[in-house]
Design a protein around this ligand. Structure first.
Ligand SMILES: [Zn+2]
Length: 136
């Protein structure tokens, strides 16, 4: 079963624009200008995303009756609005802060793959450790 977080973590800008319709890009840009405090204004659980912004409440859920399609609405508006734009903008930009994407795994050095090759003693410039090269 798809969880809301999985869905949101795979959300792309193009998809978000499609959700919001013809003005999607504009709404996301405008919505992105809201100053949002993640701890104060955002709730994200297994089944619910909620954003309180500018007096409106944006809710996102997966609709089990529609193949887990993302269902979203704004408490203040009938149509796509900057509040929804703010929510999508937030999800796209703050994936890491929202816990939607795992941080890249730490790089562990692979042992045995060193640049030093002590068996190649024939350095083309001679032995660099010899401090008294003859100058002709
Ligand atoms: Zn709204």
């Amino acid at each position: 079963m798809i969880r809301l977080k999985d869905k949101l973590s795979h959300l792309t800008y193009t998809q978000a624009c499609k959700f919001l319709g013809t003005n999607g890009g504009k709404l996301i840009r405008q919505g992105g200008k809201y100053d949002i405090d993640l701890t104060e204004q955002v709730t994200l659980t297994r089944h619910l995303f909620q954003l309180h912004v500018n007096g409106a409440v944006v809710t996102m859920q997966l609709d089990p009756l529609k193949h887990q399609r993302l269902h979203y609405k704004c408490s203040a508006c009938e149509t796509a609005c900057t509040h929804l734009g703010a929510a999508f903008s937030l999800i796209l930009e703050e994936k890491l802060a929202l816990g939607l994407a795992a941080p890249p795994p730490e790089k562990t050095p692979i042992e045995g793959l060193s640049d030093e090759r002590p068996w190649e003693a024939d350095h083309p410039l001679g032995n660099p450790s010899a401090g008294h090269r003859k100058v002709n």
